[in-house]
Design a protein around this ligand. Structure first.
Ligand code: ADP
Length: 373
């Protein structure tokens, strides 16, 4: 429909163009007016400007020029010089100038159209970019949610396992021919404290993702480590691991969140226990050392498991990196988040004779730093 309308408009314009040109031509040759009638050919140029291509416009201009010259010779053949020639030249100049302006106008409008389409394209690209940004934000939110869910599942696993084994132990004490109520109460107490711990862990992970530091206290690092070891007492025993814990000098104090720092120690020790599982050829040993180095408080967890492949060292703390069949690869990534949130650093080394050492350092409280220097 649009194409048909466009072609009809083009034909009508061409018709108008010819009618105007021929009218001017006949007025020019048939009348004896003392004016440059041929200047009116400028009208023809202006009509052509709207529809013709630059080449078509040039053709129309040449045609107008030719009609001006023909008209001049047809009416003034007997005396071609004088004012008539001047009028003819004025008309030709007017046609030339009008053509030049029309062509220039056409070029500018073409350039404008091009820029407009470029602008529309840029706008389109911007819209696409905006859509891509929204999608990216959605993906990263999903990733964060995925990491959060994995972190909660990972961290709550250990207290849940402890609750189950305490509840089973309580059952066994009660099922005895003579129920041992004291032991059963003790086991139920352990289950309750692990349940409390699980809920604290969840709320600390939530704080971790919000980068909140509202639970920071002045802590004795040794007590953080011994509390964690107490929580893992049964696991250490069931894995038949010999624990050697030592503090070099005075125990450093740090500012931090007790539950979060315990999570770090528990994760490192659980990893060591799992790493030593396949080690049946020699006694399984777990060394935990606390010491101060310059203004830092350092905790080292060393095992005599298989150690770490050199190519894995740089990847260990990345979320979802795991070499275990049933691993989640989230424990060390949580450890790093917690330690970095406390302004510290965590790293791993592999021993030449096998075994791995995981260490973390935290800024020591000023009072203790002064005490050591
Ligand atoms: P996961 O335990 O679920 O695999 P982690 O983030 O806790 O996730 O550990 C990532 C990886 O780091 C483990 O899969 C293992 O390859 C390596 N790793 C961690 N601790 C030790 C260790 N004590 N000895 C050897 N490798 C370890």
């Amino acid at each position: 429909m649009n194409v048909m309308l466009g072609s009809l408009r083009f034909r009508l314009t061409c018709l108008g163009l010819w009618v105007t040109a021929l009218s001017i031509f006949f007025v020019d040759i048939l009348t004896e007016l003392d004016i440059a009638v041929a200047v009116l050919y400028v009208l023809v140029i202006m009509i052509a400007m709207g529809t013709c291509s630059p080449r078509g416009l040039l053709r129309v201009a040449v045609m107008c020029g030719a009609m001006t010259v023909i008209g001049f010779f047809a009416s003034h053949l007997d005396h071609p010089l004088g004012t008539a020639l001047a009028r003819c030249l004025i008309s030709l100049t007017a046609i030339g100038i009008a053509t030049w302006l029309a062509l220039k106008n056409r070029r500018i409008s073409d350039e404008l159209k091009e820029q407009l389409s470029l602008l529309a394209h840029t706008h389109d690209v911007e819209a696409k970019l905006h859509r891509a940004q929204i999608e990216l934000a959605h993906i990263s939110r999903n990733t964060t949610m995925g990491e959060l869910a994995a972190s909660i599942a990972h961290e709550v696993n250990q207290p849940l396992a402890a609750i189950t084994s305490s509840a089973e132990a309580a059952n066994r004490w009660l099922d005895r021919p003579v129920p041992d109520l004291a032991e059963a109460r003790c086991a139920i107490g352990r289950a309750a404290s692990n349940a409390r711990r699980a809920s604290e862990v969840v709320s600390r992970i939530r704080d971790l993702t919000r980068k909140s530091d509202s639970h920071y206290d002045d802590l004795d690092l040794e007590s953080v480590v011994t509390d964690s070891l107490a929580l893992l007492d049964r696991e250490i025993q069931s894995h038949q691991v010999q624990l050697l814990c030592k503090v070099d000098g005075l125990s450093p104090r740090v500012s931090g969140d007790r539950i979060q720092l315990q999570q770090v120690v528990i994760n490192l020790i659980m990893n060591s226990l799992q790493a030593m599982l396949g080690r049946n050829d020699l006694p399984r040993e777990l060394h935990v050392r606390i010491h101060a180095k310059e203004s830092l408080a350092v905790v080292e967890v060393r095992d005599n498991g298989p150690g770490i492949d050199q190519t894995h060292l740089a990847l260990l703390f990345d979320a979802f990196f795991t070499t275990k069949e049933d691993g989640m690869g989230i424990g060390l990534s949580i450890c790093r988040s917690i330690i970095e949130l406390h302004g510290g650093r965590i790293w791993a080394d592999s021993q030449p004779d096998g075994g791995a050492t995981f260490s973390f350092s935290l800024p020591a409280s000023t009072t203790d730093t002064q005490r050591w220097t």
